[in-house]
Structures are given as structure tokens and as C-alpha cells.
Design a protein around this ligand. Structure first.
Ligand SMILES: O=C(O)CCC(=O)C(=O)O
Ligand SMILES: [Fe+2]
Length: 375
């Protein structure tokens, strides 16, 4: 059997059309499918024809179906395709679109823009210059942005992975204070930061909800990236997080979604990668050094929350492809409400100071909607 026909037969068997016996074709055609003599090309021709069927109940031929075991490319014989129930056919295409064959896994060198970010050789002057500059910038401003860090093809693939998984995302919609608590403290005044409740709405995809060859995962697990990030945040080494949910997330914002002012709770720094920006809104805003490790600075935090210090708030430019490292644990930050048809898609990465770190099941229950094991 020609290789192309064999692939087509496998795809049929894989369920793209749920198999040829599904009242889609007349007997003669069905036998041809059973023998596997169908060209892959029929996939999209079928799709096009199905639409026309829905519109007018068209019964006719669909090109490039190969009968009798002879494969000749280009001008293969046409045959009549008898469709018994066009409406069912339409529904079938709606509910199970032909599956795209996944192209080969990308190499990390095809993901990271190595021309702009020479991160392969940590002993080179280019590496020291780059990492030294970014480290100083982070220390000064509490954030640093690396534009065009990911190459366009890798970014597009990651966006496609995110959008395919989006229906399974955990929709986090909550009223909470900037410390990420849903309950205030009745013993404190109403305008204490603990009692200022803000609306947030985001869609979270956990690490185990999108493919292992998604470019954001490959990038995260690649030593040159981990080493660069360690250099920028001033660590000798960093380690991957080993939780099933946490190491890399795809955080999606649809129209109306936003993240309210908050401090990140656990990690000393946060790393995000803008995969797709929204048409409008979705600005990442930050009030650097709102508090310190020793001083909660409640009065100042309250003024930022109430919008009384607009001059202190920086809006961090985030073009698609830009990596951002920021110290979100002591700097209030938020994402303004997203508007427009494009989902804002953000990769979020967690590195650790020691190996073997897994997440707290309670946190995973809140952030990813996971069941907490009883007992
Ligand atoms: O979506 C963003 O740009 C920021 C997300 C954020 O605040 C975080 O991951 O801690
Ligand atoms: Fe955050």
C-alpha cells in the first residue's frame, strides 16, 4: 500500500472520521476505505464538501478517492460518493474535526532567539554582558523584559497548544485581597489592605494539561535557559519544580478577564512569557517595592490599591514573544481587563532553589481546581 494511503487509513482508524462504516459512504467507496486505498488528500476535500452538503444536501463526488489499489498522484480517478445522511455528516465534522498531524518536536535552538540572546556559552563575554545587564536592571526596577525571546514559529505553536487546551482550563473567578485571601479580617478597618477585595478572573492550564512537546515546556527544561535565569536573579543554580501542575502554566485571559492587584506569595521571582497579546487591555502594571521583607507598608499598599499613586505605577511593555522576570513578592502587580477577540496567552514558569520541590495540594486545589485527596 502506498505510504500516503496507509497514513490516511490509520487516521481513519484513529477516529478522525470514526471509521468508514459510519454511514458516511456507499458500499463501494466503503470497501475502498477498508482496503486503505484512500488518499490523505480526501481529508480536506471532505471537509469542504460537507459544508456544501449542509447547505443544500448535495450528493456528488469528492476528489481523489483511490479505488482498485492503483495510486497515481494528481489525476487519480474520481468516483461517486454516496452520502446517506448529509445532516449526520455535517454534525460529525463539527464534533470531530480532522485531527492535525503533529509536526516533529522543536529543538530548543529553534525556540529561543539565540541571535539576540547568546545563552549557550556561559564562559563567553557575550553571556556575561547580557546576564550582567539584565541582572542590574532587575535589581534597579524589580522587573526586566527580554523582547523577542521566543521565535515566531515556536510562539505560534505554543499559542495553538494553549487554545486547543483552553476548554479544559480552570476558570478562576474570585474576589480576593492583594494577599490572595478570599476572606478579610473583621478586626481591621474597612480600608485596611486585608479588607480591600478585588475581582479577578483568569483561565489556568496546569502543566499536565498541554503537550510535553509544547515549546514552553522544552524551553523551561533547557539548561541554557535555566542557567541564564539563575544568573539574572543572582543564584548559582536553579532547579525545575517537580509538581504535576506547577512547573509551567499557560495562563489565559479572555474578554473581561483580569488579574487584580496582588503580591505573589511563594517565589522570590516570577517569570512570564507573552505568547499572544490581546487587542486591548491586558496591560501588566506594577508598583515596584510596595513593601519590603521587613515592612508590610500597609498605608502605602492601601493607597496603591485605591489608585492614589498612579505616578508610581509602571506599565511594562509586553509584546508577543517577550520574556519578563519580576520580583512580584514585594511589588504589587496586576493585569488590566482584557478586551477584544484574541485570548491573552501567557506562559508562567516556576524555578526552585532546590531539587524535588512539589506543590501544596491545597494550593493546587485553588489554582488548578484539583481534587484534594481525602484525609
Ligand atoms: O499575566 C501576567 O502578566 C502576570 C501574571 C502574574 O501576576 C503571575 O503569574 O504572578
Ligand atoms: Fe502575580
Amino acid at each position: 500500500m502506498p505510504e500516503q494511503a496507509a497514513r490516511a487509513a490509520r487516521r481513519l482508524a484513529d477516529g478522525a472520521y470514526r471509521g468508514p462504516g459510519d454511514a458516511l459512504f456507499g458500499k463501494r467507496t466503503q470497501r475502498a476505505f477498508n482496503k486503505g486505498f484512500a488518499s490523505e488528500f480526501i481529508d480536506f476535500r471532505m471537509g469542504a464538501r460537507a459544508r456544501r452538503l449542509a447547505g443544500g444536501g448535495y450528493f456528488g463526488h469528492v476528489g481523489l478517492l483511490l479505488l482498485g489499489g492503483r495510486h497515481s498522484s494528481g489525476s487519480a480517478g474520481r468516483c461517486n460518493l454516496f452520502v446517506e445522511r448529509p445532516t449526520n455528516l455535517w454534525k460529525r465534522f463539527e464534533s470531530s474535526p480532522p485531527q492535525q498531524e503533529r509536526t516533529a518536536e522543536m529543538r530548543p535552538e529553534e525556540i529561543v532567539n539565540l541571535d539576540a540572546y547568546p545563552i549557550m556559552d556561559p564562559d563567553s563575554p557575550a553571556w556575561s554582558d547580557l546576564v550582567g545587564r539584565l541582572r542590574r536592571e532587575l535589581d534597579e526596577r524589580q522587573y526586566v523584559s527580554l523582547p523577542d525571546f521566543i521565535l515566531p514559529a515556536a510562539r505560534e505553536r505554543a499559542v495553538a497548544d494553549a487554545l486547543a487546551a483552553l476548554p479544559r482550563a480552570h476558570h478562576n473567578s474570585s474576589r480576593r485581597n492583594c494577599y490572595l485571601h478570599r476572606q478579610g479580617d473583621p478586626s481591621l478597618p474597612d480600608d485596611h489592605p486585608r479588607n480591600i477585595m478585588l475581582e479577578a478572573s483568569t483561565r489556568m492550564l496546569a502543566y499536565d494539561q498541554f503537550p510535553d512537546d509544547c515549546p514552553v515546556k522544552l524551553l523551561y527544561h533547557w539548561e541554557p535557559v535555566r542557567r541564564m535565569v539563575a544568573g539574572i536573579v543572582g543564584r548559582d543554580r536553579l532547579f525545575d519544580n517537580e509538581d504535576p501542575c506547577q512547573p509551567v502554566n499557560l495562563l489565559c485571559y479572555e474578554t473581561g478577564d483580569r488579574s487584580a492587584w496582588h503580591f505573589d506569595s511563594v517565589n522570590a521571582f516570577t517569570m512570564t512569557l507573552m505568547l499572544q497579546a490581546s487587542e486591548s487591555g491586558g496591560d501588566f502594571e506594577m508598583a515596584p517595592n510596595t513593601r519590603t521583607d521587613d515592612d508590610e507598608n500597609h498605608d502605602y499598599v492601601r493607597r496603591v490599591l485605591l489608585g492614589e499613586c498612579p505616578e508610581d505605577v509602571v506599565s511594562v511593555a509586553r509584546e508577543a514573544g517577550a520574556l519578563c522576570i519580576f520580583r512580584g513578592c514585594n511589588s504589587l502587580h496586576r493585569v488590566s481587563p482584557v478586551a477584544g477577540p484574541s485570548t491573552r496567552v501567557m506562559g508562567v514558569f516556576v524555578y526552585e532553589d532546590e531539587p524535588g520541590i512539589v506543590g501544596d495540594p491545597e494550593v493546587n486545589a485553588t489554582v488548578y481546581g484539583r481534587e484534594v485527596a481525602p484525609g
